[in-house]
Design a protein around this ligand. Sequence first.
Ligand SMILES: Cc1cc2nc3c(=O)[nH]c(=O)nc-3n(C[C@H](O)[C@H](O)[C@H](O)COP(=O)(O)OP(=O)(O)OC[C@H]3O[C@@H](n4cnc5c(N)ncnc54)[C@H](O)[C@@H]3O)c2cc1C
Length: 400
Amino acid sequence: MRVGIIGAGPAGLMAAISAADKGWQVSLIEQNKDIGCKLLISGGGRCNITNTLFGPEFLERFREYGRFFKPAFMSFSNEDAIRFFEENGLALKEEDGRIFPASGKAKDVVDFFRQQIAKRSISTLLGNRVYSLEKEGDMFVVYLRGMGPLTFDRLIVATGGASFSSKCCTDGRSFDLLRKMGHTITELIPHLCSLNTEEDLVSLKGITIKDVVLRHTCPLHKLVERGSIIFTHDGISGPAVHNISRFLLTCRGTLNIDLLPSLDFERLREKVVGLFQDHPKRSLRNIVNKILPDALIVFLLASLDLPLNKKVTNLSRSEVHRLVSGIKFFPLKIASGPPLEWAFVTHGGVDVREVNPNTIESRIVKGMYFAGEVLEPSGPTGGFNIQFALSTGFLAGQLR
Ligand SMILES: Cc1cc2nc3c(=O)[nH]c(=O)nc-3n(C[C@H](O)[C@H](O)[C@H](O)COP(=O)(O)OP(=O)(O)OC[C@H]3O[C@@H](n4cnc5c(N)ncnc54)[C@H](O)[C@@H]3O)c2cc1C
């Protein structure tokens, strides 16, 4: 059986290996001059391949798509991925659950795939963009820039999302090919990105807070995300923000930040009152900067209408309450996100309702399979997206 795979990112590469190991004749088609463009820039050039999170918790990180992802993950889990890399000669290392190549070089992951592809004599057509697709009877006809059409019995589409096109040519044009084949492409939303706020946060630029809890509620969801946050010149960034960015861009509204989640409201109130009692003659600013960065206090106190230099002994009970509430529920209004191009991942793509999760085969076009970011789901930071590409690639390559 002849299998065509479009796209040589982690999804297409894994699909090619999986299909070749089944004994099928595989052709891997890639528009770039080399394989794995996005792998090379992943993880800041270190490529965070996967995460050690235990299975059910791993799937939970995909939120509403956990059920869709489960069969693919079960067929090639994070443990399978780690075993696959190590047994085939790529040494790995772990940092807080995140798995990287031991060398710290993404290039070694790309070279690893290059060797695996060569070992299986998979035909690789580099620098060949697929500009049109057709199905004639049971066969797929694939039209390439620069050479005549190719025919395949099965087709695996692993063309990625629509982000970082300037670096990797993943501009989302391939979604049009799938629309023409009858597939629905859900709205493409930037994910794993910084957000702009309505508030002017320029005075907070560069401040990092390692542990915050973000809370956001809208008719579509109720989110709670814990992690670190960085204030930028026009908004907020950092892993906690990235992980829920697609939701915030869908619903906007107010994001509440708990700036000191290690203390609940009452314990924080007691701590603040204790500090006031120990230093009654100090100003509010001088006391609160024992627990928060000074620039943030200036911003916070102004937004709470509390005078910076007021002596703490002169604060009323309601002012203390307002201060503690401001720290536990620091509100910011989400204004906008970056263009898709700047987001690490595209959320949205081939509608999962049109794909059988047990096989990753299209329910619309028989014999056509999908893998990776071309599909609607997206995961958080920490190696989840590459694992999604590897798992769906592996399952697609089985051509069940
Ligand atoms: C800067 C950055 C850092 C990241 N870091 C991490 C990380 O550390 N860990 C993690 O898990 N995820 C990370 N991600 C996300 C991760 O890289 C992607 O989710 C993953 O690469 C998706 O794999 P894929 O194979 O589905 O798509 P891609 O890797 O995008 O590959 C798709 C391929 O298809 C090719 N293609 C598209 N259309 C055609 C066509 N018509 N004809 C021929 N070829 C075509 C493209 O050229 C591309 O090579 C990062 C992303 C970015 C942008």
